[in-house]
Design a protein around this ligand. Structure first.
Ligand code: FES
Length: 70
């Protein structure tokens, strides 16, 4: 998951990144290959003041497609 965030430029300032990673990992534990819409729904409680949501969603989808890694 961390590598997928790096590849997709998920972290910007990094303030929200630990929570994003924890929520995304929990999502993949229950749904190993989520769609972008499923990621958005699961991550809705994580706010990113850098507004980097598209990259974060792409990272989580990529992690799911690759078994949890990039
Ligand atoms: S990366 Fe800056 S708040 Fe999310």
């Amino acid at each position: 998951m961390q590598q997928a965030f790096v590849v997709n430029n998920g972290p910007q300032c990094g303030f929200c990144t630990p929570g994003q990673l924890m929520t995304a990992t929990a999502l993949l534990n229950g749904n190993p290959s989520p769609t972008a819409d499923e990621v958005k729904e699961a991550m809705v409680g994580n706010l990113c003041r850098c507004s980097n949501y598209n990259a974060i969603v792409e990272a989580v989808v990529m992690a799911g497609e690759n078994g949890g890694v990039a």
